[in-house]
Design a protein around this ligand. Structure first.
Ligand SMILES: Nc1nc2c(ncn2[C@@H]2O[C@H](COP(=O)(O)OP(=O)(O)OP(=O)(O)O)[C@@H](O)[C@H]2O)c(=O)[nH]1
Ligand SMILES: [Mg+2]
Length: 324
């Protein structure tokens, strides 16, 4: 699991700046939105976190970790770039998959620039071509092709990948980078910023995301639960924080009540583990991350429930916050 998520406090607030239309941006200041798109597991969220400089989105080695469009805010002296991380785009097999794909498609139409991520360590394949075709249909938005995970392959393979990606479509730029060792992460930011319009900052100085705290906490629990589970199980896990409040008379202690949902009783048994050992372990790791996020001690009450086939059930999807 990646380390600490960064700082919290008032700076995580949702407030976008008020009416700034009467103010002029500093000379040459640029601001706007760029989204990351790509197959599941290509490193989109890790790259967003590297650009923002803190952990805004959870990441994992399991495909389809990201399930929402998550905003991370990059502050530069001459620009403010809002990166919108999206779920991996793929041929959907469930209603959840369909909802996530339509979320990605609608995000594409709302941004000033698109970062198309393809990993250096896998041959360009049908999944990448499928996305390239989608992108060909988005007219007028500059696309920066990003070859991710360059630390995993020798330079010759990276060079070949740059050529292969170049054949996928029309791109404003093609750039290799590694979020793991920081190689050219700043350059990815520069290129995306170069495609933003001139304008005022859209978020107050210091804000790193507009994700509500409760959502960040639920995601940290899901991240802890994803570690060590395989096959279909990662897809079946959802987490909802029901309540979060400081303990009465104890400003240094936050009570967090959360539910972890799975789709079948057999999955529940796996997540709980022998004599509850696995669930306890998930709770401990999640609690440590939440404490780092909130800067207080945390009491985490984590319960597990079966929500039968929720990925295919419109009613349950709504309950879990995935709307049409
Ligand atoms: N070696 C290396 N691994 C990376 C790099 N970037 C991401 N990873 C790993 O790749 C895996 C997937 O990363 P994510 O950032 O969750 O990928 P994603 O594209 O957001 O995945 P989805 O949300 O499922 O679409 C994780 O195990 C990361 O640690 C990188 O630059 N180098
Ligand atoms: Mg992701």
């Amino acid at each position: 699991m990646a380390d600490v998520i960064g700082r919290v406090g008032d700076n995580w607030g949702v407030t976008a700046l008020g009416d700034t239309t009467t103010e002029r941006p500093p000379e040459g200041f640029r601001s706007g939105f760029a989204c990351f798109i790509g197959r599941p597991n290509v490193g989109k969220s890790t790259l967003m976190n590297a650009l923002v400089g803190t952990k805004v989105a959870i990441t994992s080695s399991r495909p389809q970790t990201t399930r929402r469009a998550i905003r991370g805010i990059v502050h530069r002296p001459d620009a403010q770039l809002i990166v919108v991380d999206t779920p991996g785009l793929h041929k959907p097999r469930t209603l959840l998959g369909e909802r996530l794909d339509s979320l990605v498609r609608s995000t594409l139409t709302e941004v000033d620039a698109i970062g198309f991520c393809v990993p250096a360590d896998q041959t360009v394949g049908p999944g990448d071509r499928f996305i390239a075709r989608e992108l060909a249909g988005v007219k007028g938005t500059p696309i920066v092709a990003i070859v991710t995970k360059t630390d995993t392959t020798p330079p010759e393979q990276v060079a070949e990948q740059l050529l292969a990606v170049g054949r996928l479509g029309e791109f404003a730029d093609i750039v290799p980078c590694s979020a793991r060792d920081g190689f050219q992460v700043g350059l990815v930011g520069d290129l995306l910023i170069s495609h933003l319009p001139e304008g005022m900052p859209l978020y107050p100085e210091g804000d790193l995301t507009d994700e509500p705290e409760q959502t960040l906490v639920a995601e940290l629990i899901r991240e802890a639960a994803l570690e060590g589970v395989r096959d279909e199980l990662p897809h079946s896990i959802a987490v909802v924080v029901d309540e979060m409040a400081p303990r009465e008379g104890r400003e240094d202690l936050m009570d967090v009540y959360a539910h972890l949902f799975v789709e079948r009783p057999s999955q529940k048994a796996i997540v709980i583990g022998t004599k509850g050992a696995r669930l306890r372990d998930v709770g401990t790791r999640a609690r440590q991350q939440i404490e780092a996020l909130l800067g207080t001690k945390v009491f985490l009450d984590l319960r597990i429930k079966v929500l039968k086939d929720w990925q295919r059930d419109p009613k349950q999807l709504r309950r879990l916050g995935f709307y049409d």
